[in-house]
Design a protein around this ligand. Sequence first.
Ligand SMILES: Nc1nc2c(ncn2[C@@H]2O[C@H](COP(=O)(O)OP(=O)(O)O)[C@@H](O)[C@H]2O)c(=O)[nH]1
Ligand SMILES: [Mg+2]
Length: 194
Amino acid sequence: MPHLDLDQRLVTFKIVYSGPGFSGKTTNLRFVHRALAEKYRGEMLELDTDEERTLFFDFFPVFLGDIDGFSLRFHLYTIPGQVYYEASRRIILQGADGVVFVADSTEERLEENIESFLMMQQNLKDENEDISQFPLVLQYNKRDVEPRLEVGCMERHLKIGREIPVTESIATTGQGVMNTLNLVSKEVIRRFRV
Ligand SMILES: Nc1nc2c(ncn2[C@@H]2O[C@H](COP(=O)(O)OP(=O)(O)O)[C@@H](O)[C@H]2O)c(=O)[nH]1
Ligand SMILES: [Mg+2]
């Protein structure tokens, strides 16, 4: 559930970028941060290790207009992809209102993508969230690599049993990054309004 501050008439949504290590989650957040005018964004906090792997998380707030007299704020987080960071992944996913799953389109990374997706699905389930209802966007990142996964292959393997909005991106150039954020924001707000 989003956090409602009735005094300040502010509603805060938590959006988490999940996916295997190195799929481009931090690169997505960095691009969004750079693309936003200063008045719409807070400071970006990056907690990466030397090996470029996300040990804890990256975070920053985005302020986006208002809805029904409430100001909207999004907190964007990345999540560590590696299995051995299970505890931090679980904590960061707690209270998430929406997830962007950043898949790595590199062909040989299909299995890691699937494994990471299933772990995220289980973490949501542990939070009593059902993947069939949950605001989710599947981003096929690294569309510039060769050979690359075909769009649709994740869904086929996962058999999620619902339509998931899908985007294609090259996070290093920013292509598809804002579109992904727009889509997930819409999903999150739609669920909030019903
Ligand atoms: N070729 C290519 N490389 C990318 C893309 N997005 C991210 N990368 C690179 O992949 C590596 C891992 O990215 P990072 O954002 O740190 O991954 P994270 O572990 O998911 O946070 C970095 O070297 C990025 O520059 C992309 O769309 N195409
Ligand atoms: Mg990272």
